[in-house]
Design a protein. Structure first.
Length: 86
């Protein structure tokens, strides 16, 4: 068989074998459907968790920005106070 392949023309090597009729048992179909349902549930839960964490990170970022602005305001006030006292 290997000798036949080694001597075969390129066209012969590119040919595909005939399709085989596949049979899926009722059990296989049930397992496939169940797996699909669990995957859909997992995907939905994962997307919910990603959205929740995204919202947490956005809120944290906004709080940090507010804190940064507040800090800069306090620094400007202190610099203004020390500049006018000299």
């Amino acid at each position: 068989a290997d000798e036949d392949l080694s001597n075969a023309a390129e066209e012969t090597l590119q040919e595909q074998t005939e399709g085989v009729k596949s049979f899926r048992s009722p059990l296989h179909k049930t397992l496939f459907e169940t797996r699909g349902r669990f995957y859909d549930r997992y995907r939905a839960a994962f997307q919910d968790e990603v959205a929740r964490r995204d919202a947490e990170l956005i809120a944290r970022s906004e709080r940090e920005e507010v804190g940064r602005r507040s800090w800069q305001s306090m620094v400007r006030q202190l610099q203004g106070d020390s500049g006018s006292g000299s």
